[in-house]
Design a protein around this ligand. Structure first.
Ligand code: ADP
Ligand code: MG
Length: 1008
């Protein structure tokens, strides 16, 4: 990017029209820059100018709205200055929100990186001089697209200025960064706010392909964090020593809040980031691993349980997973943690739970209450954590609330009475204005007296919380109580629309009131951009109890079920329309917890509802790469449906698809065949079309071309007769594939052209249609045409977060680049694709990546590498019978092989092949990543392995071969702890942090 101004030369003049004088002294700089603009130019061509102009307008409007001055603009980079640090950060936030809300031409994704820094600078010649300008530009360069990084001086200034006020954003510790041209690493903070969560939308970051470091899935917090310095420090230390740390304590004691805070503080230690996984909405222990995989963006793999795929993918990563609310699925959470911890040495889990998980090696941290004032020494009361929390929350309700000689002692007594329980304190503080402190204390005392009689066995902290909850609830009027009970049925975040659906029209006012009373968390923006409310788990449990006692559970649950079905069916319709697809998919992402909960509820109680709901959700599952993992759930739905009913047929077809994606071709044929046999004689029907389509695709996969074509033709005719558009789209796809595979490229393209005219079919089918076109065009020799088709499809896949088609497109693009001699582009696409499939655990496409990389190496004269990759691919795929080559590919392979053999001679060829055959799949993938790196990688370029002892080199070799610390310890007859400390030393010496980095170092030095 362009850096105007700087140490010596003044920056260029301001844009014409800006007449205000530039501020001087300590000012805050904002630098912005479009990520991957070169690629965007290539993809968009003439439309890029339009995108650039739109982006400029948007940035300028944000700078002006936040009172900033534009200093310079060059290309896609902006440089602005602000007198106030807070306004500068708000401007950055505004820019990101405006960018995210915008639809760009050609479905392009415009991701902007932003750096913010405060320092002394001198206005000169319409620009600025000073080191601070340089540093701000460097911070910008360190950010990923969509991310805002803020320097420590800026953050400190904002914290001082805004003490205790609701900022509307948070600055989360993003760890230390080594910026170019600076000697020492600097600590940076990542902006987190509603509507801005770079990387937290799993489909978003995977499709965007940006690095996975940073924080993911944590909602922006709008309230201040109080005290807990000691526990935070102790937890940070424990996380350095133990792989699993569990924070335990009663509900409402602040476990989740503390865990999230600690996660933010230690994020810089984890090259692959920190991830929040919320287990509260998960009822079925069997879904725990599935939910964790979905949150981490790990795709379910054919025939492998989700836990197994997670273990494989996370084994080379360095990351922290916060597993929140484990208590109700304790056994499953414990089992998963045990499996992951054993397989992944650099994984840390920070769990919150009422009870410990009881996994070997777990460190349990019992979270105590907030510090309450010493009754004998009220002088220090105002600094006690519990008092600070109360005062802060009371000020939210009443801006005039202050702690003084009168209120101080009262608050001190109150928080002591509440046993320092944060949730109880928040509930009480929310009523401080309405009741006054005296009354508040009196009424709470009454409630305590009542409750203490009821349950003497419960520990005091739980009793005090229960009293506060009940007291707060009793203060509501009847409509508000009804709304509280009703919305407590939501397992996760909900919209006002949702609240009205379960609590009746007019619930909106009650919801707002519940927020005021701290019975609901203030709204946060979900993946679809809609604000959503959340009820803390402790309060939800109380609501459920009240519903049970009031005999209401069925009405609220039934209303929730009706609501979930409406959401799912409207979204399903959106997924079938071109314009509504993105919004519909994000809507379901946001309602994930609710639809999952209702599906489980329906399976137990209402078979017809379960069938309709599952049928509405499948396209979304497919889009997000989650269909294969739903086989068990779909089987349960099928088990509840009347055999031979319409619903049963529908679910059988979906079971067929799930089996197909789980690589169970025979199982898939059984499901589709059963439906076809049952309905074939009853005239045309949608389920007949679905069954025939499914069969034809599976048959084609099995190489039974003629039979597949026959079913596709029948299905096409039936779909047309019925006007069943989605069925017609899929049939055309299947037919085009058979036509292409039998050598008629033009015919295949014609069929897909017809298909693309259908507007009412899921985008996933249309994008799969592109696959056929790309293959047909390139087999026909039209590489340019195939390239444009692939570019368009790739942008579309990224835009929709289509994990089903995206990896295929990336590998295809890389291959087209190789054929066209665009070797640098090929390497970039390959790398991009490999990084995505390694993070999502998509084994199949790792195989494709290895062959593409082999062809790239062969084309660029790296024959030994080509032979190595080819051998690795053969061992893990072709020799396993997992994947083969099409006739075209096989011919290409023969030619490449001959060239490689000749160039290397027999001995070197054999050595290169042996090297590849000995590589594990993941090592081979790292090898391909190394070979496609644009420049020598920082780790490899640094000290390399030169400074290591022979023992240390041996250890690196074993790591590169994919061994865990325990396996290495066993092999070398040393303790696991010794292996750990050796590795720490190796990391210090080499600068390589992740096992993946160590692997590439070892590969670069030929150790594996
Ligand atoms: N140290 C703290 N500073 C500010 N608020 C806190 C703190 N600890 C807890 N809270 C607030 O108290 C409430 C309950 O905390 P939470 O973390 O949800 O409890 P738990 O997970 O133990 O059930 C939340 O609203 C939370 O934001
Ligand atoms: Mg919690």
């Amino acid at each position: 990017m362009v850096v105007p101004g700087g140490r010596d030369e003044p920056a260029r003049g301001p844009r014409r029209g800006s007449r205000r004088a530039l501020p001087g002294g300590a000012v805050t700089f904002v630098f912005t820059d479009i990520e991957g603009s070169t690629r965007l130019v290539k993809a968009l061509r003439e439309r890029y100018a339009q995108v650039l102009a739109g982006h400029r307008r948007l940035v300028r409007a944000a700078v002006a709205a936040c009172g900033g001055h534009e200093v310079d603009t060059q290309g896609d980079a902006f440089f602005a200055v602000f007198a106030s640090a807070r306004q500068a950060v708000l401007c950055a936030l505004e820019i990101q929100r405006a960018l995210a809300a915008r639809d760009w031409p050609g479905g392009a994704e415009v991701r902007v990186r932003i750096g913010v820094h405060t320092g002394q600078a001198v206005p000169a010649g319409g620009g600025y001089t000073g080191l601070a300008v340089h540093r701000a530009a460097r911070i910008c360069a360190a950010a990923r697209g969509g991310q805002v990084l803020v320097s420590q001086p800026t953050r400190d200034l904002i914290e001082d200025e805004e003490e205790g006020e609701g900022l509307g954003f948070a600055l989360v510790d993003a760890g230390e960064h080594q910026l170019k041209d600076l000697d020492r690493p600097v600590r940076l903070f990542q902006l987190a706010a509603a509507g801005l969560d770079p990387g937290s939308s799993r489909a978003g970051w995977m499709a965007g392909g940006s690095a996975a470091g940073g924080v993911h899935g944590f909602a922006a917090v709008r309230t201040s964090f109080v005290g807990r310095a000691g526990p935070a420090r102790e937890l940070a230390v424990l996380l350095g020593q133990h792989q699993l740390v569990t924070v335990t304590g009663p509900g409402g004691s602040g476990k989740t809040r503390l865990a999230c805070e600690v996660a933010g503080q230690v994020a810089g230690r984890f090259a692959d980031g920190v991830w929040l996984v919320e287990l509260a909405p998960v009822q079925d222990p069997g879904q725990v691993a599935v939910v964790v995989a979905a949150a981490l963006g790990v795709r379910e793999q054919p025939g492998v349980p989700a836990a197994g795929t997670l273990a494989r993918v996370l084994a080379r990563q360095q990351l922290l997973v916060v597993l929140d609310n484990c208590e109700h699925v304790l056994g499953a959470a414990a089992g998963l943690c045990a499996e992951l911890v054993a397989a992944c040495d650099d994984l840390r889990v920070l769990a919150t739970s009422r009870e410990a998980l009881r996994v070997a090696g777990e460190a349990r941290y019992r979270l105590g209450p907030l510090a309450v004032p010493d009754p004998g020494d009220l002088a220090d009361a105002v600094t006690a954590e519990a008092v600070v929390l109360f005062a802060d929350r009371a000020r939210q309700a009443d801006a005039h609330f202050t702690l003084d000689d009168r209120t101080g002692p009262e608050v001190a007594r109150l928080v002591a009475r509440l046993d320092g329980m944060p949730l109880a304190i928040e509930l009480a503080a929310a009523r401080a204005e309405a009741l006054g402190l005296g009354q508040l204390l009196g009424r709470l005392e009454d409630r305590f007296a009542l409750l203490a009689g009821g349950d003497r066995l419960a520990p005091p902290r739980q009793r005090s919380l229960a009293a506060a909850v009940e007291w707060s609830y009793q203060l509501l009027d009847e409509p508000e109580r009804r709304a509280f009970r009703a919305v407590s049925v939501f397992p996760g975040p909900f919209t006002l629309d949702g609240a009205e659906a379960v609590a009746g029209t007019g619930a909106v006012l009650a919801v707002l009131r519940l927020v005021d009373c701290s019975l609901l968390v203030p709204p946060r923006t979900g993946p679809d951009g809609q604000p959503r409310y959340v009820m803390l788990e402790t309060l939800r449990a109380y609501g459920a109890r009240l519903r049970a006692e009031a005999g209401e559970p069925d009405t609220a649950a039934a209303a929730l079920a009706g609501y979930a079905l409406r959401v799912a069916e409207e979204a399903a319709a959106g997924l079938q329309s071109r314009v509504g697809e993105v919004a519909a998919a994000r809507w379901l992402d946001a309602e994930d917890a609710t639809v999952r909960h209702v599906l489980a509820w329906a399976i137990a109680r209402d078979a017809a509802l379960a069938v309709r709901l599952a049928d509405a959700l499948v396209w979304w599952w497919l889009l997000r790469g989650r269909l294969a993992g739903q086989y068990r759930l779909l089987s349960e739905v099928a088990g509840r449906a009347e055999p031979g009913s319409e619903g049963w047929y529908i679910i059988q077809c979906w079971l067929g698809w799930a089996a197909n994606f789980a690589a169970d071709a025979a199982g898939a044929l059984d499901h589709f065949g059963a439906v076809r046999d049952a309905v074939a004689d009853h005239g045309p029907s949608r389920v007949l079309v679905d069954a025939l389509n499914g069969r034809s695709v599976v048959l084609l996969n099995m190489g039974r071309l003629a039979e597949g074509a026959e079913d596709a033709r029948r299905s096409l005719a039936t779909a047309r007769e019925l006007g069943y558009l989605a069925g017609e789209g899929l049939a055309l796809n299947a037919l085009a594939t058979t036509v292409q595979q039998s050598g008629d490229n033009d015919g295949a393209i014609q069929l897909i052209r017809q298909q693309q005219l259908i507007t009412g079919m899921p985008g996933t089918i249309a994008r799969s249609g592109y696959q056929v076109v790309i293959v047909a065009l390139s087999e026909a020799g039209d590489l340019a045409g195939a390239g444009s088709a692939c570019t368009a499809a790739l942008a579309w896949c990224r835009n929709t977060g289509d994990l089903f088609n995206l990896p295929w497109m990336l590998m295809a693009m890389a291959d087209l680049d190789v054929r066209a001699g665009r070797f640098q582009d090929a390497a970039a696409h390959l790398r991009d694709g490999l990084q995505i499939v390694m993070r999502t655990g998509d084994v199949w496409h790792v195989g494709n990546g290895l062959s593409s990389c082999g062809w790239l190496c062969a084309a660029t004269g790296r024959y030994a590498e080509a032979a190595t990759l080819r051998a690795a691919e053969a061992v893990h795929f072709r020799q396993q019978g997992i994947a083969g080559w099409s006739p075209g590919e096989a011919r290409r392979e023969e030619a490449a092989l001959a060239k490689i053999r000749q160039a290397l001679g027999p001995a070197r060829f054999r050595a290169a092949e042996e090297r590849g055959a000995a590589m594990s799949l993941d090592t081979a993938a790292e090898y391909a990543l190394m070979l496609t790196a644009p420049a020598p990688e920082p780790a490899a370029a640094g000290s390399g392995l030169g400074g290591l002892s022979a023992r240390e080199r041996e250890l690196v070799t074993l790591v590169a071969q994919g061994r865990t610390n325990a396996q290495i310890a066993a092999q070398l007859y040393i303790s696991v702890r010794t292996v750990g400390s050796h590795l720490d030393r190796i990391r210090d010496k080499t600068g390589a942090r992740r096992r993946a980095d160590l692997t590439r170092l070892a590969l670069a030095e030929g150790l594996v």
